[in-house]
Design a protein around this ligand. Structure first.
Ligand code: C2E
Ligand code: MG
Ligand code: MG
Ligand code: MG
Length: 286
């Protein structure tokens, strides 16, 4: 009786694995086609300074599927990451962002890179080639890497990050705090900025411990010469408290949702004219 139960479970487990594998294969095949068919698109979310001027944006990929509509990255990036496809996708996104950003020469721009892209030596020459080919100044590009991946503390990864920084490319640790890296780690890791995870930002104002924690994070980062972005700012109170904690830049639905290039142009004109009127950074038209 128990033996039959065990067999049944094993079969269910195998079925589940098979389903999973088939799903991965299908997404992989469709994604490969999507890159060729031009079904992948980028949207851009602005980053503002404390006075409200927009100085940077982050490229976020979307898959406009012919049958399924717009598919968010959480549904296909993890599949791509399990295969070499993440390299193709990563290069596509970087090139597209560099081309798009030719229209906004005053902006820095962030591109998300996967852990796995840094596992291969070719990443450094790929980035260099795309920057050269699109005539993009390396210092405009910020590669965003999630903190958990950086934590793997792989010597090769570190070497590649250092090589890219040597060329002038900036590195930001994304979703910082979610992975519970020690503060001390920040001093030794080759990084220019941290993006404090939304889970911390969303707790600002709900308890005093969160305010203390974010302030401490900002202070440690600043002491190490690292800039701080508060991401996922959704309310005026979070915005105010993140400013009070000393964050340098702010990103979130309160300030702006991710948007297409035309909307980005309008948003920039509007916001930078407003902050210039308040004595902020002078707005420049692209
Ligand atoms: P991320 O890099 O941390 O990007 C921020 C995500 O939070 C985006 O979701 C953005 O739309 C969302 N967001 C921004 N502000 C707010 C807010 O105020 N509230 C809430 N609730 N959400 C906010 P998205 O575009 O779905 O991207 C999810 C993740 O997918 C990204 O997280 C990034 O890790 C990954 N991703 C996106 N594009 C790419 C890409 O081109 N390549 C790679 N490797 N990963 C990407
Ligand atoms: Mg990011
Ligand atoms: Mg993030
Ligand atoms: Mg995130």
């Amino acid at each position: 009786e128990s033996k039959r139960n065990g067999r049944g479970q094993a079969t269910m487990f195998e079925d589940e694995m098979l389903r999973e594998l088939r799903h991965t294969r299908r997404v992989e095949r469709d994604l490969r086609a999507a890159i060729l068919l031009g079904e992948l698109e980028l949207v851009y979310q602005p980053l503002a300074t404390a006075n409200g001027s927009i100085v940077a944006c982050e490229a976020l990929v979307r898959w406009r599927h012919s049958l399924r509509g717009v598919i968010p990255p959480a549904e296909f990036i993890p599949v791509a990451e399990r295969t070499i496809l993440i390299d193709h996708l990563g290069e596509f996104v970087l090139r597209r962002a560099c081309l798009d950003m030719q229209a906004f020469p005053e902006l820095m721009f962030g591109v998300n890179f996967s852990a796995n892209q840094f596992k291969r030596d070719g990443v450094v020459s790929m980035v260099e080639a795309v920057l050269a080919e699109t005539g993009t100044s390396p210092s405009r590009l910020v590669l965003e890497i999630t903190e958990s991946m950086a934590m793997s503390d792989d010597e090769d990864v570190r070497r590649r990050l250092t090589a890219l920084r040597g060329r002038g490319v900036r590195i930001a640790l994304d979703d910082f705090g979610a992975g519970f890296t020690g503060f001390a780690y920040l001093q030794s890791f080759p990084v220019d900025a941290i993006k404090i995870d939304r889970s911390f930002v969303s707790k600002l104002g709900t308890n005093s411990a969160s305010n203390v924690l974010v302030t401490a994070l900002v202070n440690v980062a600043h002491a190490a010469g690292i800039r701080v972005v508060a991401e996922g700012v959704e309310t005026e109170e979070q915005h105010r408290l993140a400013k009070a904690a000393g964050a340098d830049m702010f990103q979130g639905f309160l300030l702006a949702r991710p948007m297409g290039l035309t909307a980005l142009g309008e948003h920039l004109r509007e916001k930078n004219a407003a902050s210039a009127a308040q004595g902020g950074v002078q707005a420049r038209t692209p």
